[in-house]
Design a protein around this ligand. Structure first.
Ligand SMILES: O=C(CO)COP(=O)(O)O
Length: 248
């Protein structure tokens, strides 16, 4: 699975341009890979219309309430009308800059699944937690709490391991280290949702993924794909990553 998280990048006009270039390269996209991009809310509608059919869309966040006095927030039913498949939840930028909590992410996961979306739950340790040897403790806690109210169906869930220190820095864990953490996450999924869910759930790696390094991550046994920020903004680079995954 290859997912582009566009963060706060791309206007409607720029989204159209991305789709045009991708459309010309659509023959290079393997039918064995699930593709998605997660544009800002303002470009979700146009993205659904102009992107090739095999590129699904995801939102970058969602409020857990059905509706209400929550200025600036977006509900599941609003996303439903836009044909969204996935919702990224608990991204570290939201945890760090917008005070999202483990419990809040849990409530959003429940609301997103109830609405029929597949949440992409992001977990990851920061630099000091990593240096203190707390990676698995932090990632395990984030995963356990996020899944407390989740469906026991691994098809309805994606988890992304994104070490905070690797996001937008050009630094990455070694593929073996990412594999070890993701194997640990799969164990936690088994504890919370059962073995069947754990074997079905897709767990992605994210953090400074680009065409030149994606193959080494996705060829690890427990890594089912990548969640990509910066390198997903350029359509040529998105296609190059898709091609590297095919040969990995
Ligand atoms: O945060 C990320 C995806 O959600 C990763 O971002 P970069 O690929 O830009 O490091």
């Amino acid at each position: 699975m290859l997912v582009g998280n566009w963060k706060m990048f791309k206007t409607i006009h720029e989204t159209r341009h991305f789709a045009e270039v991708l459309g010309r390269n659509v023959g290079k996209l393997s039918a064995d890979i699930d593709f998605a991009v997660c544009p800002p809310y303002t470009a979700l509608q146009v993205a659904k219309v102009v992107l090739p059919a095999q590129i699904l869309t995801g939102a970058q966040n969602m409020h857990q309430a059905e509706d209400g006095a929550y200025t600036g927030e977006i509900s599941a039913s609003m996303l439903k009308e836009l044909g969204v498949t996935y919702v990224v939840l608990g991204h570290s930028e939201r945890r760090q800059m917008f005070a999202e909590t483990d419990g809040g992410v849990r409530d959003k996961v429940e609301a997103a699944q109830t609405a029929g979306f597949v949440p992409i739950v992001c977990v990851g340790e920061n630099d000091s937690e990593r240096e203190a040897g707390q990676t698995m403790a932090v990632v395990g806690r984030q995963t356990r709490i996020a899944l407390e109210k989740a469906a026991k169906d691994g098809d309805k869930l994606v988890v992304a391991y994104e070490p905070v220190w690797a996001i937008g820095t050009g630094k990455t864990p070694s593929p073996a280290d990412a594999q070890a953490v993701i194997q640990g996450i799969r164990k936690v999924v088994a504890e919370v949702l059962g073995e069947d869910a754990a074997s079905q759930v897709r767990i992605l790696y994210g953090g400074s993924v680009k065409p030149g390094n994606i193959a080494q991550f996705v060829s690890q046994p427990d890594i089912d794909g990548a969640l990509v920020g910066g390198a997903s903004l350029d359509p040529e680079s998105f296609v190059a990553m898709a091609q590297s995954m095919t040969t990995a």
